[in-house]
Design a protein around this ligand. Sequence first.
Ligand code: GLC
Length: 512
Amino acid sequence: MSATSRNPWWRGSVVYQIYPRSFAEGPPVSGAIADGVGDLRGIREHLDHVEWLGVDAIWLSPVFTSPMADFGYDVADYCDVDPVFGTLADLDDLVAACHARELKVLLDWVPNHTSTAHPWFVESRSSRTNAKADWYVWCDEPPNNWKASFPRGDDAWQWDEVRGQYYLRSFAVEQADLDWNNPDVEAAMLDTLRFWLDRGVDGFRMDVIHMIGKDLHQQDPDGAVARAWSHVPYNDVEVTHERLRRIRAVLDEYPGDRVAVGEVYLLDETAVARYYGDGDELHLNFNFSFLWAPASATELRARIRRTLDVLEPLGACPTWVLSNHDVPRHRGRHGGDERVARMMALMLLTLPGTPFLYQGEELGMIDADIPDDRVVDPGRRDGCRSPIPWTGDELHGWYAPTWLPFGVEAPGRNVDALRGDPGSILQLYHDVLHLRRRADDLVDGSFELVELEPADAVLAYRRGERWWVVLNLGDEPVALPETVEVAVATVPGMVGARIDAVPARTAVIASR
Ligand code: GLC
């Protein structure tokens, strides 16, 4: 079943995150000099890869006008494209090209803060009486002890010489928090959604969306610890839900199941569940408790069970994610062993709900070692953002030396090399994604966790009547309760075999 024939399409679709700076570079247009930074034309030229892989939608990290203090998460114009990525027309072309391939497109909406270069902030800081004076969170004395994320642990209250007051900046100095208590701010931000919905995008990933409501009177319970992203009471307040219902209403004005995916960075499944509302807030929310699970059968089972226990009664659709542009890639987090990365991928793509992939995980990429003099990110997340190597030659399919270095594995671990290797991790992602399209039960079928022995080494579940998914993370073979036929395995040579045990360090999708 393709994503477009499912209703709503985002339930059980697979979303592929593109970090545009590091995905692909289009050939330089006449007279221009290549800069080694990925762009919109580069994405368009590499849609074959995305389509071949078998995902249903792409999410683009921000491509809006930005001074790039946080590489696009500091937006200076929500309704235009930064020249480094191309033009508005390039984005329209990309959306059309994706739609022609039945790929949906999500943009990244950054509602908590703007760049300090945004005209709204420039005006707001200019005096205490201008028309936008109260669009940001200004004060004479900080009302709390909050800390910023960049650099981690700095005060979140930034003194501004121009206005002679402090402003709140939960992230970098260049990212000023908007004051969502001001109805004009909300109205302006809702208009930015309409701008893109009118142009035909299918939805948004919403950056740190739980932060649009704040209780300034609460202290950070940990005092000195910077936890702007994680579960703190002052970022999980009632008023946010009213705002989310109004955000949702804007998406509902449009035909075609537009989707809102919340980056709700609360590391607690029950807390995150509230952001689905009564089916009237966010359609989907990231599940970071799952992302941060160790590769332990016991922990994974517990977090999957907790997630489903809280979401199923709400009729809410779970999401699953292992990697993104903010965290070390999952292969590295789990010790670097590609066998583990393969098992985790097979699980990611067979759990009930909507999985999110991060560009490059299909190559089994691991974070690049970035020398100190090449670090550019204020949060030092450069390693997971190293560019995609498309080919084995020196520039790896780019037109100039890239803004961040490639990982050391790039000469052998690149799209060209892995496409030609039937035993590669890339082929594994492809095979699971294509199996999902043929086997509806792997997407929509019932889900039942099954405890096989030894329970601390094996994660096993059934999908629908037919399917078994078994991850054997241990060092001994694991006996199955019945003989099954392997449809996909994380090691070569098993497809089609009838087995009654799963070898050590291997995962399979198999049918009865
Ligand atoms: C989100 C983004 C991250 C960014 C931060 C501030 O967590 O994923 O990249 O730095 O918000 O916008």
